[in-house]
Every structure is written in C-alpha cells, then in structure tokens.
Design a protein around this ligand. Structure first.
Ligand SMILES: [Ca+2]
Ligand SMILES: [Ca+2]
Length: 297
C-alpha cells in the first residue's frame, strides 16, 4: 500500500532558541538532558507507586458447577480475583435469551457469602482465583437454554460478563463416584449431560452406554473454555476394553470432542482424564453424549 508522505518534524536542534546570551544558551541546552532525566525518573517512580497500590481488577474465572438447569433454585460458587468485597450480582443482556431472562422478574441472584478461597499448592492464582462467592440462583422454567451472562459488582468496578450455562430442564445428570473403572462405569443416556469433576490427581471418570452398529456418536466435553482447570482427554472403548477413538484438544481449545461410528451393537465406554494427571475441585466439566441414526449402507 502506498503511504502518504508527511512533512518531516522539526529536529530538536532546529527549534529556534529565544534571543539570550551564548553562555545562557549553553547552560539551557546543557540543562535539557537533566530535566528530561528528572522527568523520566519521576514518571517511573509514580508508575511504580501506582502499580503497588493498584489492586487486581475483579474477575470471575469459573462457576462451580459450570451449568445449572432452568426451573430450579440452586446455589453456585463463583471463583475469581478481587471478589471478596462484592456488592451485588446482575444479569446482562448479551443475547436474546439473556435479554428475555433479564426482564423476567422470576430470575434472581442472591449473594449468600463472600470471602477468600484456598489456592491449591502449585496452582496459578490467575487461573483458579483466590476469592469466591456463594450465589443462590432462582431460575424460571421459561429461561432459555444457552449462555446466561452475569456480572459481579465490586467497589473496584464490575467484572467482565461470565457466561453460565443454562441447561434444559431434565438434561443434567450428576456424576456418581466411584466411577474409576469399566466395572464401576456410570450409565449415560443419549441426550444427557454429566456434570462432573476430575476431583483429584490421576482421577479417571468412566461412563457406559449402549450403542448400535453404524450409529455415529458425538461426545463433547465443556471445561477449559468455561474457566475449568481441566485439560481433558476423552477415550472411547469397546466392551473388550480396546480403544476405538480418542480426543485430546479440539477447535474449542483443550476441550476434547469425540466423533465416532460404532462398529457393532453393544456396550461402549467413555473415559475422561486430565492430560496432566492433575485434579481438584476446579477441574469441573460437562460431558454431553449425542448420536445420529445408524448410517444406511
Ligand atoms: Ca470424578
Ligand atoms: Ca485436552
């Protein structure tokens, strides 16, 4: 692209000095670097002072759990930074569903507790947060499924909107431990979403489902994209424990997305682990299982 030519700015030396005596001019020119240096020193000192005093801006990092069902009253925890002095929580209209929801008087968020939260050893506070809120949500049954944006108001300002997932009524299933192996696998139906946690290092969560020959299944993990600490790996096994497909990361980032055609009628297993063998209450996830009809051949 052709660039437009601008007139050259005056160089420092070409700026006419006021008509004063030569020794004064020399003294003035000599003083310039000193003044500049002093100015720079004062500015950097002021910046340092500012940084020292400036608190971390308030931020919501993750909701525990990540999803709630419409038509329920439920208490969630919001973890983040600088939330200990929270004043209120409000919903914002970032989409049509939230706009409809925010005008619905039955939708409310009540702040129950606020304060410090433990930061597990070796975890980055900027990923997991060091403050948390307990919030009681009243969610009308008419609330549309999808993201619901909420904002936390603190004396230091408002957080950016956090997108809590609203699931359709009856679609969420609680994870049931122990589910750490094929024999203990938790039954999972198509169209349902498990709300689970890789709660400790080396935890494995295994789910079982009945499939048909040539059925195409899609198993989706939603975790890291919503602020969870989990970097999931999802693996599909057949009834003999052989690996049929595996997914680590996807277009959505560290969250796996597994798409596979089933080779025969029978029982199948889905195993979810953390890629780094870590686990904590912040390693929350949603695992959804869906299918399409057997493909005609
Ligand atoms: Ca678990
Ligand atoms: Ca991953």
């Amino acid at each position: 692209m052709k660039t437009k030519k601008f007139p050259r700015p005056h160089s420092f030396a070409s700026i006419p000095l006021p008509k004063i005596s030569l020794p004064c001019r020399v003294a003035c020119i000599g003083a310039v670097p000193l003044v500049v240096a002093l100015c720079l020193a004062v500015t950097s000192f002021a910046a340092e002072k500012k940084d020292e005093k400036k608190p971390e801006p308030p931020r919501v990092l993750v909701a525990l759990p990540l999803a709630v069902e419409a038509g329920t009253n439920t208490t969630i925890r919001l973890r983040g930074l600088s939330l200990a002095e929270t004043k209120a929580i409000r919903f914002v209209s970032t989409n049509a569903a939230a706009a409809a929801a925010s005008t619905n008087a039955a939708l409310s968020a009540t702040l129950k507790t606020k304060g410090k939260a433990e930061v597990p050893k070796d975890y980055d506070v900027k990923r997991v947060g060091d403050t948390q809120l307990e919030v009681e949500l009243k969610l009308p049954a008419s609330l549309a499924a999808g993201p619901l944006a909420l904002v936390v108001i603190t004396p230091e300002g408002e957080t950016a909107p956090y997108l809590l997932t609203i699931a359709p009524a009856g679609s969420l299933v609680a994870e049931k431990e122990p589910n750490g192996g094929f024999r203990q696998a938790q039954e999972l139906s198509f169209g349902k979403t498990v709300r689970g946690t890789i709660s400790e290092p080396n935890d494995v969560d295994v789910f079982r489902f009945a499939g048909q020959k040539d059925e195409r299944i899609v198993a989706t993990v939603t975790a890291a994209r919503m602020g969870s600490s989990l970097d999931g790996i999802l693996t599909l096994y057949n009834n003999a424990g052989q690996i049929l497909a595996t997914s680590d990361d996807s277009e959505a980032g560290p969250d796996p997305l597994l798409n596979a055609r089933l080779p025969a009628d029978g029982t199948y297993f889905l195993g979810l682990i953390d890629a780094h063998d870590r686990g904590s209450p912040m390693h929350v996830y949603l695992l959804s299982l869906n299918r399409t009809k057997p493909e005609k051949r």
